[in-house]
Design a protein around this ligand. Sequence first.
Ligand code: AP5
Length: 223
Amino acid sequence: MMTKTPGPVILLGPPGAGKGTVAKPLMATLNIPQISTGDLIRGNIARGTELGKQAKSVVEQGGLVSDGLVNDMVASRLAEGDTKRGYILDGFPRTLVQAQWLDRYFASSYGSLPVIVLSLAIPYNRLIQRTTGRRTCPNGHGYNIYSLPPKVADICDIDGLPLNRRADDVESVVEERLKKYDQETSPLVDYYRQTGRFAEINADQPVEQVTAACLAAIERLRA
Ligand code: AP5
């Protein structure tokens, strides 16, 4: 159990790398919130907000929502009271513009610890199965028809509720998302590598081992 203040942590990684999956045990162990821009955007879409209306077709086609909208959304989430000890950014930043915005945000946040960046690395050929196989219960319990199937097809083991598949988890859209990752997000690996508070994590191993590797890296980089 880590006793130090964890501070801000970025989880970088392509679609299906396991950012959301590993964020859950990290949150529980470090006692800090996960801020997933994908979840925030999907929440806006489900509620039919103005942001959700603007984002819906972009997300469903595997594109990226505009930097301005996403940065504003993150700014209001970071202003909530539960972020003082730190937080896990999952899926943000995703472009150089977002990373530069975040740098300015940290520079203006008095007393903020420097950010730690964990890059989840996994061969590309694993990502299609991870994304197209993903199923989620309305209460957030996650499954994968290939690696973690429910006992009864399409039904949550815990709640008995029907499982959902994300609209952007069909193969053609996943390919678009991977292309966007290559073009817009993968340059951030080098951007953050130079900061000295960066670690590459092997994400092609069981979740418990990915989690342990992340915790060890945070402990080491926060020393
Ligand atoms: P978002 O929701 O962030 O999607 P993503 O980055 O494409 O990531 P995923 O949620 O697909 O994957 P993940 O890495 O979290 O994997 P997971 O843990 O679920 O974004 C969706 C969309 O919103 C974007 O395409 C864009 O349009 C928009 N958006 C979001 N942020 C934005 C931003 N900053 N700027 C602009 N637009 C933005 O795992 C996947 C599956 O693999 C699961 O089934 C899981 O069970 C399984 N799995 C995970 N880890 C393991 C393991 N170690 N072993 C075996 N199986 C595993």
